[in-house]
Every structure is written in C-alpha cells, then in structure tokens.
Design a protein around this ligand. Structure first.
Ligand SMILES: Nc1ncnc2c1ncn2[C@@H]1O[C@H](COP(=O)(O)OP(=O)(O)OP(=O)(O)O)[C@@H](O)[C@H]1O
Ligand SMILES: [Mg+2]
Length: 486
C-alpha cells in the first residue's frame, strides 16, 4: 500500500485526485494548508507528497523548506499554474522530485506519480546484504551463501562504509540493482535521497539534460530552465543504471562531476557544485566498449576502482535452493498464504537449468509455477516443459538417468526429502484441524492417478504401494469418483 498526501487548499483538486487514483493500492490523505501538511507528515508517514505551490498560509516552497529540515528523503511533487514555473524550479533545487503544471494532464500525472512511488520504494525498502536468517524480517535481501556471493557481500560492506564511486557489472538479472540499493541503504548517505536513472531508457539527447538540467533556450523546446537529477539529489546517491549505453559527451560530463563535483547545466556557463555519490551498473563488457572507443577509458578507470562483478546463477547453483525458498516465502507473504513446498524432482530440474536470465528468470519461473500449482507443493509439471527436454525433445544432460525414488534416509536426494517433510510438517501444524497424513495421502494418490490417467497399476507403482492398498485408499477418499466426474 502506497500512501499519498495531497496538500492543496482547493476542494476541487482534492476531489479530482480521489477520482483519478482509485486503486486500492494507493491511500490518499489530504491537508488544506502547508501547516496542516507538516503536522500530518510525521503521523501518517506518506510515501509521496503532492503539493500546490500557492496556498493560503505558508507557501508550498516554504513548506518544502521546513519539511527538508526533518526529512531529506520524502518525495515531493509540486503543482503549479502556468507562468509560475520559476517557483517550481526553486522547488527542484530544494530536492522536489518533479513538478506538474495545472490544469494537469491525467496520463502524465499518473506517470509521474507511479515513477515517484517506485523511487520512494527504492529508498525505503532496505536491502540486506548479509546472509539472511530464517527469522529475519528484512524487506528485501540478497540471497546467497556460495563463495562468489560471499565475496559480493564483503565488497558491498566495504563500499557501504566508504563514500567511493562503485561499479556493479554482470549479466542481466544477476542482482546489480539490488546490490546498488544495499550499498546505499547501509551507507552514511542512507538518510539522504537515492535516485536511479536508467541511461538506456532515456533518449541520448535528453539524458544529459535529465542528469544535469538545462538553461532556458538551451535548445529548441527548452522554454524554461530545468534542474537535473544531480542537482536535485545533492548530498544523496545517484544510481546510473546501464552506464554502458551513455553517449561519449555525457560520459565526459560524468567524469568531471566525479573528479570535481562540478558541472554546468546544458546551454549554461554557471558552475553548479554538488556532493553526490555515484553507483554505476552495466551488463555490457566495458573493457570491450573501451577498446571499441565507445566508452571513455579515463571514465572506465575512474569507475573501475571498486568493482563488484555479479556471478551468473549457473556458477553458483548451490544458491538455487535458497533462492527458491526465499521466493516461495516472499510470494506466500504477499498472498497471505502459507508457503508451498517443492517436490525434489522439481527442485532438481530447477538446479540443473542453465538460467540465462539469472535470478530474475528464477523469480519468474517460481511465480508462474505458483499460479499453476494446485496442491500444497510445486510439482515438475508446474515448471516450463523445456526444463525436462532439450531443444529436440531429448532429455537434457544430467537428466538422462531417472530421478531416484525418494525413500527417506536412503536414496540420493534424502536431504531434500527431509527438508520438504520438515516444511510440510511445520506448515501443517499452522493449519488448525488439518489431518496431515490422510490429507497428504489423498493428495499424492490423486496426483499419481492424474499423472497416469487413472491407471491404478502404474499409480500404485509410482507411489510405492500395492494395488490393493491403492484401491482401498481410493475408495476411502472417494478419489476415483472425482476423477471420472472431471
Ligand atoms: N541474490 C538475490 N537474492 C534475492 N533476489 C534477487 C537476487 N538477485 C536478484 N534478485 C531479484 O531478481 C530480480 C532482478 O534483479 P536486479 O534488477 O537487481 O538485476 P540486474 O542485474 O539489475 O538486471 P538487469 O541487468 O536486467 O537490469 C529482482 O527482482 C531482484 O530482487
Ligand atoms: Mg538492472
């Protein structure tokens, strides 16, 4: 749930906001003056404030100034009428996130609010970089116990303690953004703003102005002065994502800021001084970009002083099981349901997949499996079909031998089995009145029958019981009936 506080003395505006933001995920509070807003903020702790510049009592600008004395991070969007943009620009210098011109364009308003709420979440949801314990209730954690991840944690710790520029590299989906946020959350600047800019998502000619701002008339369309992210984020941390996609001209300016903390707005000659920490990330091999003269060598060396190279998931397969458990728990929490288990066979398939999309792909696969899984556990059939066959329908390497029967205490995979049983037991204990053994037995038999299309001989074999026992249980639980009805 995101909390939005609207500070405006016009009832009309309050009314239209309530009509525009109808999502149950957004809770809107209102204040009719700057003074009231300032009183309410510590109480309701909004994620985002939208405030009019001109109000009775203290102005929006003065309200923002006072707010900044006790909260440097709270995101504020200013609303202003045409012709009063100078005030909006002043507000940006005070660290306002953005401004809107009245009367507002609804799609643009929604877009700005959405972007601001995302930025607020990035600042707020603390990312832990220590190996997570079961009991710990971090909003988000970087999961992993493998050696390559231990090295990542060590570097994150070192970088959090220093104020140095950091470079995070690695394939797509390996957790670069997560690492950048962990550094921020544990740094001395954690009480100051954090702004992320995706350099690849902003057209090249606009990126420079987005980062450094521009003067009025700097280029066609620059009808008013604009304050860039570096100025807005003074004292804070800027995350330059996909820095490998930045143009050479903008790279030059970045290098200068890193060296001297100075820059000029586009089209201006007045020096602006800022104190901003930069964390950069890229999935492009920068060495190659340097060799191809697409990336400035001096900037590369400046960034490369402390570098965190994120290991691909296939090089730390030991972490897969941890990640699977983490995502199961996370999704269960958001659905307010007990976490599901994973059948050993399904886990084995997850552990042998190549994961070209790394952790993001794993997260998606688990999310999808939870949608299709019907019972209390994720079965092999709930995973994408290609996990069980190579491109030509042949079994993938490593899966040629059938998985061993999970006889507790004996077979390979016994650990997984014990782990699964343990989770199942604890889950069942939390379900009042659930009779675990009969419930499990029923579920397993139903699955086996569904898998063998009702063939009792095969189903009994799968389950490791005699056909006679199977028949008795089927009668007892009324399973056959259900199958034929369907
Ligand atoms: N070690 C991890 N533990 C828990 N979650 C992780 C881990 N690594 C990545 N994730 C999750 O995987 C997803 C992708 O991570 P992130 O966005 O940080 O990757 P990225 O390296 O920035 O990818 P891209 O290059 O595609 O931008 C996110 O939802 C993130 O929370
Ligand atoms: Mg990323």
């Amino acid at each position: 749930m995101d909390k939005l506080l609207l500070i405006d003395d016009e009832a009309d505006v309050q009314y239209s906001f309530r009509r525009i933001f109808t999502s149950p995920e957004i809770e809107i509070s209102t204040a009719a003056s700057g003074e009231e807003g300032l009183r309410l903020i510590p109480k309701i702790k909004p994620d985002l404030v939208i405030m009019d510049v001109r109000m009775g009592g203290i102005t929006g600008l003065e309200t923002l100034r006072r707010l900044r004395q006790f909260d440097a991070k709270l995101l504020v969007i200013m609303m202003t009428a045409y012709g009063t943009t100078q005030t909006a620009i002043e507000a940006m210098k005070l660290g306002a996130y953005d401004y809107l011109l009245k009367p507002f364009d609804v799609p643009r308003l929604k877009q700005i609010v959405e972007a601001a709420l995302k930025a607020a979440r990035d600042m707020k949801r603390v990312v832990s970089y220590q190996p997570l314990l079961e009991s710990e209730d971090y909003d988000q954690g970087i999961v992993g116990r493998s050696e390559p991840m231990q090295n990542v944690f060590k570097l994150v710790g070192q970088l959090a303690a220093s104020d140095a520029t950091a470079l995070v590299t690695g394939e797509s989906g390996t957790g670069k953004e997560l690492v950048a946020r962990a550094i921020y959350h544990h740094s001395q600047r954690s009480q100051q703003p954090f702004l992320a800019i995706n350099c690849a998502a902003i057209p090249e000619n606009l990126l420079e102005s987005e980062l450094f701002g521009h003067e009025k008339g700097a280029f066609t369309g620059a009808s008013v002065q604009r304050i860039g992210k570096f100025e807005q984020c003074d004292k804070g941390t800027i995350f330059l994502d996909e820095i490998g996609d930045m143009s050479l001209a903008t790279q030059t300016k970045i290098l200068r800021v890193l060296q001297s903390g100075e820059f000029e707005r586009v089209g201006g000659n007045q020096k602006v001084k800022v104190d901003v920490r930069v964390i950069a990330a890229t999935n492009k091999p920068l060495e190659q970009a340097v060799a191809a003269k697409e990336f400035r060598e001096d900037l590369f060396y400046r960034l490369n002083v402390v570098r965190i190279q994120m290991p691909p998931l296939r090089e730390r397969r030991g972490d897969i099981r941890l990640l699977v458990n983490y995502f199961l728990k996370k999704f269960a929490q958001s659905q307010r349901q007990p976490p599901k288990a994973v059948l050993p066979e399904a886990l084995a398939a997850l552990e042998r997949h190549a994961w070209p999309g790394n952790v993001r792909e794993l997260e998606n696969v688990i999310q999808r499996a939870l949608v299709v899984a019907k019972g209390a556990a994720i079965l092999p059939g709930d995973l994408p079909a290609e996990f069980f066959s190579g491109p030509a329908g042949r079994p993938v390497a490593g899966s040629a031998t059938p998985p061993p029967a999970p006889v507790p205490g004996k077979a390979a995979g016994a650990d997984e089995f014990a782990d699964l049983a343990d989770r199942l037991f604890h889950w069942a204990r939390a379900q009042k009145q659930l009779k675990l053994i009969p419930a499990m037995e029923r579920e397993l038999i139903a699955h086996a029958l569904a898998e063998t299309k009702g063939n009792q001989v095969q189903a009994a074999k799968l389950l490791g019981i005699t056909r006679a026992t199977l028949r008795k249980r089927v009668e007892k639980y009324g399973i056959q009936q259900e199958l034929t009805v369907k």
